[in-house]
Design a protein around this ligand. Structure first.
Ligand code: FAD
Length: 393
């Protein structure tokens, strides 16, 4: 089959969906086609590690369908892109001609060196369904990875009466993001909730059979569990773009209009490395707000707008009954200033480089995102005296 679209979107995730809406804000009638490797229509990923484990119905994750007319080709993976001929082909051999193309194909989870029926590399809806099946109350689940996904899934499973072992190589949960004392608090908090936290260990081997997983750790320990879920981060899905000759450097490189190095080809979301106006550096952000903001902007620009993507994206997480929002660069290697209303329960952490605020963590502190963005845009210099009490805690 051959299809012709004014706008073709590769990927049918969050960024892709909102891009279709962005196109429709400008162009009411151009034909939009969307190719998604998954067999599902676009859905929200954040509830897969949070709300769905707290009783939200499955039906809540589907995104409101994008503007018509829209052809959604589900279960189709784009495999080749010819930027001169302006065509994409998929893994069934179908061909798509485009006027404008958006690459919103996200990332793929990093994998352990072994796999099996009782191992879930957690990323999508099908992974959620499999984990739900495996995570019967009383079962022992090993969660590998102490970052966003690992920590959220460990909490979700513990709240659903599983026995949970959480294993990761860092010194504490979220150690790459939170200041050391906050990471230590969160780690203790998980232990108090009954999670068997094993910090400072790597899984170096494993066997999977019909009954469970048997892990070998780098400290010589072994661990048997009924199932394993891995949250090891993602690598951006850039091969497709790289094969077509697009500029790729830790993501598909785009300008402030979200244009790639190829004419009429845009990129957005987890896969895109964009120039951040506020932080004055190229970044790739794996968070919802960036996916939605870039997706909409790319859609508008494909349809004729000429607008820069300037938003400094925020992100958020829920860990049992702790929660936060954050904006900017949260790198635990930066110097930090902590301003607690109640230590580790409610407060603000500022991340600085050379006296300039790069990021703000709003720990159980809400409605301060715009104030945090404004602060990051300030040239400074800032220090503890100028920052303590700066944002209402
Ligand atoms: C479990 C989980 C929880 C999360 N929680 C939070 C949170 O609390 N807060 C937050 O800010 N962010 C969170 N995120 C991150 C957020 O969901 C992502 O940043 C967002 O989904 C990125 O959107 P995207 O459209 O760029 O990519 P994706 O949503 O990954 O969509 C990309 C789609 O493209 C498809 N695809 C890939 N290659 C091809 C191809 N060649 N052809 C066709 N289709 C292809 C993929 O199958 C996928 O469906 C979470 C992510 C996960 C997995």
């Amino acid at each position: 089959m051959e299809y012709t679209y004014d706008y073709l979107i590769v990927g049918a995730g969050m960024s892709a969906d909102v891009a279709a809406h962005g196109i429709r804000e400008i162009d009411a009638s151009g034909r939009i086609g969307m190719l998604g490797a998954e067999s599902h229509p676009p859905y929200n990923r954040p509830p897969l590690s949070k709300a769905l484990w707290k009783g939200e119905p499955l039906s809540s994750i589907w995104r409101a369908s994008a503007a018509d007319p829209l052809d959604l080709h589900r279960g189709r993976r784009a495999v080749t892109l010819d930027v001169a001929a302006k065509t994409v082909t998929d893994d069934h051999g179908d061909r798509y001609r485009y006027g404008k193309l958006l690459l919103a194909n996200g990332g793929t989870p990093r994998r352990l060196p072994f796999d099996g029926e009782r191992v879930v590399h957690y990323r999508g809806y099908d992974d959620y369904l499999r984990l739900r099946e495996l995570a019967q109350p009383g079962r022992h689940i090993a969660v590998v990875g102490g970052g966003f996904i690992g920590s959220e899934i460990a909490a979700a499973l513990a709240m659903n009466d599983c026995r949970v072992s959480l294993l990761f190589p860092d010194a504490g949960i979220g150690a790459r993001v939170y200041p050391q004392a906050l990471s230590a608090f969160v780690t203790g908090y998980y232990r108090d909730k009954g999670v068997d936290v094993r910090a400072g260990v790597k899984v170096v081997g494993g066997e999977v059979d019909a009954h469970g997983v048997h892990l070998v750790l780098d400290n010589g320990d072994t661990l048997a569990a009924d199932a394993l879920v891995a949250g090891l981060g993602i690598t951006p899905s850039t091969e497709f773009a790289a094969r077509a000759g697009l500029h790729v450097d830790n993501g598909i490189v785009v300008d402030d209009r979200l244009r790639t190095s190829a004419p009429d080809v845009y990129a957005a979301g987890d896969v895109a490395a964009y120039p951040d106006a506020t932080l004055a550096e190229r970044r790739r952000v794996e968070h919802e707000d960036a996916a939605l903001g870039m997706g909409r902007q790319a859609g508008r620009n494909m349809a004729g707008a000429d607008e820069a993507y300037t938003q400094l994206p925020f992100f958020y997480s829920d860990l049992f009954d702790l929660g936060y929002e954050a904006v900017g660069d949260l790198d635990a290697r930066l110097s930090t200033i902590e301003d607690w209303k109640q230590p580790y329960r409610e407060g603000v952490v500022y991340y600085l480089r050379n006296g300039r605020v790069r990021g703000v963590l709003l720990w159980n502190t809400w409605n301060q995102l715009d104030a945090a963005r404004a602060l990051i845009a300030e040239p400074g210099p800032h220090d503890a005296a100028s920052l303590r009490g700066r944002l209402p805690r």
